[in-house]
Design a protein around this ligand. Structure first.
Ligand code: ZN
Length: 338
């Protein structure tokens, strides 16, 4: 059997609750695939990456489509390289029905030494190809109940708990189904304190989601505008950051660091450096492709973007803000209610 659980899930949860209580007496915590960790120990963090993404669709996906040992052989060297670059925490953004595999993530966390976060929630972008059937007819409260259960009891009997909520919406105005996903995420947040990271892209759906959160009495500080780099009118970054939401500039690669410099400078110039989350959206072992296809490493941010920022007058303190302070605040478990 592939997904064997070595320690009874109930014991793991009990242990995590005890850890959680001892951690949270006077400080914030994040939830990793190995249980709670003090937010101050999060260290340098990549806020939006992927180990594995399976694009087969919600109706066909199952975890027999990949072999953990083959994926590990391919991916582990990239994670070890990341560790040598000083990265300590890795936020894995692959949602359920797209290849989320908590057992694989825990194993990779153990062998790489990286702290890894996984998620709960459903991804509605890509024409709802990754939305399970029940999401069409269940209410926001019913969907939220599923996600709260994962947060409280672990994912699919593994005892591994999500560290954030991941949803995804399409690029234009929100459909009724996507509005429901946002409502479900808001209600899950109010019960669990998990931050909502939403695959969004442009400003229109970002603002519409924030309007729903306001109606649900969830503060913008609980919301990450994922892929904000797709919005070319940079005044919208400023507008949303001023509301208090997180601006995810998460597609850094070797060829676009100048664009990231412009976007980061724009926010810094408006005293909003404390609202930015950076990452590559890289990785992606793809089941079904030969040897998992082309895997993108996680180095451009450390080897190219950070040196460029320093050359352009950003201080070590600014870099620390971007890579340590902001992620710790964004992913700390706390209910942010309006
Ligand atoms: Zn992504």
């Amino acid at each position: 059997m592939k997904k064997r659980i070595s320690v009874p899930a109930a014991c793991l949860i009990l242990l995590q609750i005890l850890l959680l209580e001892s951690c949270s007496k006077n400080e914030g915590i994040i939830m990793t695939v190995n249980g709670p960790v003090a937010s101050r120990d999060m260290g340098v963090c990549l806020t939006h990456e992927h180990i594995l993404v399976d694009f087969i669709g919600a109706d066909s996906i199952n975890d027999q489509r990949w072999d953990d040992s083959i994926v590990t052989e391919k991916v582990l060297p990239f994670l070890k390289q990341l560790k040598t670059l000083g990265c300590q925490t890795f936020v894995e953004c692959t949602p359920a029905f797209l290849g989320r595999d908590p057992i694989l993530l825990r194993s990779l966390s153990d062998s790489s030494g990286l702290k890894i976060l996984t998620n709960t929630g459903y991804y509605g972008a890509s024409d709802n190809k990754f939305i399970p059937q029940h999401a069409y007819y269940e209410t926001a409260d019913q969907l939220s109940a599923r996600w709260i259960l994962e947060s409280d009891s672990g994912i699919n009997g593994t005892g591994i708990r999500p560290g954030f909520i991941k949803i995804g919406v399409a690029g234009g105005n929100l459909s009724d189904l996507h509005k429901k996903l946002v409502e479900a995420a808001a209600r899950t947040h109010l019960k669990t304190g998990l931050t909502i990271a939403s695959h969004t892209g442009k400003a229109i759906p970002a603002l519409e989601q924030l309007a729903i959160l306001e109606k649900e009495r969830v503060a913008p500080e609980a919301f990450i505008w994922v892929h904000a780099q797709s919005e070319k009118d940079l005044s919208n970054h400023v507008k949303v950051a001023r509301m208090g939401a997180w601006i995810g500039l998460d597609g850094v690669n070797e060829n676009n660091i100048e664009d990231y410099l412009v976007m980061i400078k724009n926010l810094k110039g408006n005293n909003l450096l404390d609202r930015i989350l950076l990452s590559h959206d890289a990785g992606w072992y793809r089941p079904g492709e030969e040897n998992g296809g082309e895997f993108r490493g996680f180095t451009a941010l450390f080897e190219r973007l950070v040196p460029l920022l320093l050359k352009e007058g950003f201080t070590e303190k600014d870099i620390d803000q971007l890579l340590v302070t902001n992620p710790a605040e964004a992913f700390t478990i706390s209910v942010r209610r309006l």
